[in-house]
Design a protein around this ligand. Structure first.
Ligand SMILES: *Cc1c(COP(=O)(O)O)cnc(C)c1O
Length: 450
């Protein structure tokens, strides 16, 4: 018999197989699926302190629109009666046009596209439209915060690009501009991808635009994490600083449905970027998701600035409190962070994997994270933790609650207080903030039953 090759954990798959085998009917199998969803909703949705930087709770309207009737409709193509394959798209055109115009409004951009089912696809769109196989691009390595989507193992690699490293200053956590200028003048990259998954401080977009301009090089800002901060005016505005194009994840700080956004100002990019999206990389693009994205953009116009400002204040307060407890935090000499993230160096406490697991036992959810000092050997067991404040902020928590959360974390990591005891405190804190802030109440007509 041929050996089975699975990348997934064999124990988890065996568990599912057994549940399916003992089920007496497909109905019971369905109940198994729903049961797991409900268990997650109870635990992660109402008990945990969710501090994962890529997560954000959607507003009631955004969440309800994800199950809207329109999610069953097909609408390939560009907006308009002649550019679609299918008839019956009159109101879908309205939804999509509203989404595009709201995205332009929120990002102060001349052009936007709404059809990216993931920001990863947005990055592939950029590489498809703006590079040719064999070109050189530069991006941040993963220990410096870079993401696989801009590295050889992601879309940049699929496009057949030569990927070189943007030199970084590991203490200042920003680009080493002198070293960058030397490498870039030698390598003459077509694109320089800036933006990172570990992101504490702004990057020198203007300076890099100037350095690479002589040979027609352009800056691509991957704002996956910072998208909401940018829309809320709490971070550098990459397009205004000269980036040619920006992508981002709609479900990270932007707090929309998990998917992608792309914006640009240069009219000559419209044709290549939009034709890379359709017909190359997107077909059925989930119009329910587009409706939810449009609603998230509208709510951002009303609440984004206050919401994002509090996220950053909370991240700064959390980082400062953790450092005061004796946990080493990155960027301490620069005020810790200008984003929704705080990065802890927990090598002295067993490393990121061990500490993240300990905290999970106390219903405090964070992720292990590579540190600038980590090497490829440390990939699975990196030295750091990434802690994000988006969700706890939307539940209404402010600086005093960040002090409490820091004390819980210190209890687990430094004082080895039993996780079960800390868990009770974490649940109590979460339950004392039962409603979402920075959004409108559920819009009439958006209820799931429709
Ligand atoms: C999360 C992330 C992505 C991928 O975004 P998805 O929306 O998850 O596809 C791309 N780039 C960076 C820097 C990221 O952090």
């Amino acid at each position: 018999m041929a050996t089975r090759i699975e990348v997934h954990d064999a124990t988890r798959l065996r568990w599912a197989r057994e549940r399916i085998e003992v089920a007496s009917s497909p109905r019971q199998m369905l109940d198994e699926v729903v049961g797991a969803v409900v268990r997650n909703a109870t635990w992660r949705g109402s008990e945990c302190l969710n501090l994962l930087a890529p997560e954000a709770p959607m507003s009631p309207t955004v969440r309800a629109l994800l199950s809207a009737e329109v999610g069953q409709r097909a609408a390939e193509g560009h907006i308009g009666p002649e550019q679609r394959w299918f008839a019956g798209t009159r109101h879908i055109d309205e939804i999509e046009a509203l989404c595009v115009e709201l995205l332009k409004e929120v990002f102060h951009a001349d052009y936007a596209d709404h059809r990216l089912v993931a920001s990863m696809i947005g990055n592939l769109t950029v590489y498809t439209a703006m590079t040719r196989p064999g070109d050189t691009v530069m991006s941040l390595t993963q220990p410096m915060g870079g993401h696989s989507s801009n590295r050889p193992d992601g879309p940049a690699g699929v496009r057949g690009l030569h990927v070189e490293d943007v030199p970084m200053d590991a203490t200042e956590l920003t680009v080493d501009l002198d070293a960058f200028a030397d490498s870039a003048r030698r390598l003459r990259p077509t694109l320089v991808a800036l933006g990172a998954s570990m992101t504490l401080f702004p990057l020198p977009v203007r300076e890099i635009v100037e350095i690479i301009r002589p040979w027609g090089g352009r800056v691509f800002f991957d704002g996956a994490h910072q998208l909401g901060l940018i829309a809320g005016g709490q971070f550098q505005d990459p397009l205004a600083e000269g980036a040619a194009v920006m992508t981002g994840s709609a479900g990270k700080t932007f707090s929309g449905p998990q998917s992608g956004v792309i914006v640009w100002n240069d009219p000559s990019l419209t044709e290549p970027l939009t034709t890379a999206i359709f017909p190359t990389l997107a077909a059925t693009h989930q119009v329910n998701r587009v409706a939810a994205l449009a609603a998230a953009a509208a709510e951002f116009l009303a609440f984004g600035e206050a919401y994002m400002a509090q996220i950053v204040r909370n991240a700064q307060a959390l980082a400062a409190a953790l450092e005061a407890h004796g946990i080493t935090m990155l960027g301490a000499h620069k005020g810790f962070t200008r984003t929704h993230q705080a990065i802890a160096d927990v090598r002295a406490h067993g490393g990121g994997l061990k500490v993240a697991r300990l905290l999970e036992g106390a219903d405090i959810i964070v992720n292990k994270n590579l540190l600038p000092s980590d090497t490829s050997a440390d990939w699975d067991r990196p030295g750091g933790l990434r802690i994000g404040t988006t969700e706890v902020t939307r539940w209404g928590m402010k600086e005093p609650e960040m002090e409490l959360i820091a004390a819980f974390i210190a209890d687990v990591v430094l004082r080895r207080r039993p996780a079960e005891a800390v868990r009770k405190d974490a649940i109590a804190l979460r339950r004392s903030f039962p409603s979402l802030h920075y959004c409108y109440p559920l819009a009439a007509g958006a209820a799931p039953a429709l």
